[in-house]
Structure formats: C-alpha cells, structure tokens
Design a binder for this molecule. Structure first.
Ligand SMILES: [Zn+2]
Length: 91
C-alpha cells in the first residue's frame, strides 16, 4: 500500500483522493499513512511537499509542515476548508 501511495504521490494528490483510493475511513489514518511516506522519503533523500489547507471562508492557511487534515478553521470556526495537497519531489 505504501509503495502504491508513493507512486500516486508522484503527482499532486489531495487528502480525499488518497482516502478514496485506499478506502481509508478516518482522517487520522490518512495522516498516519502520509507520515509513513514522509519518513521513507527522508531516507531516500526525497521530500514530501505539502500545499497546506486553506480556510475558504477567512483565508486562514494551515501549517505547511504538519501533516494534518483539518476539518475546522481555528480562526473563524468555518468547516469550509480547501483540503491539503501532497506530492513527492524526487531530487
Ligand atoms: Zn477561517
């Protein structure tokens, strides 16, 4: 599964695409699996890039470093969130 995810992440992929592809139910599990990929990338000298989630209501940008799939904006409490996009950059 991790191998296939690494393949998929050669192209920018959203959290929900990953969720669908692998039938993952909980957001926590997606975060967990992406964290695993990030570790593998580090070992190989690749980097996992994150286009952070953005609140569509107030424009709040979530952390770029943290692998998190937010459901609610900490600033305006809106749940209208543009989900994060992940991809792997091979050097
Ligand atoms: Zn907001």
């Amino acid at each position: 599964m991790i191998k296939r995810l690494i393949d998929i992440l050669s192209n920018p992929t959203s959290a929900s695409q990953i969720q669908k592809e692998f039938c993952i139910k909980r957001k926590k599990d997606i975060e967990c699996v992406i964290t695993k990929v990030q570790k593998i990338c580090k070992r190989k000298g690749w980097s996992l890039k994150i286009k952070p989630a953005i609140c569509k209501n107030c424009g709040y940008t979530f952390s770029k470093r943290e692998i998190k799939i937010p459901t609610q904006c900490p600033r305006c409490k809106s749940s209208w969130i543009d989900e994060p996009i992940f991809w792997i950059e091979r050097k």
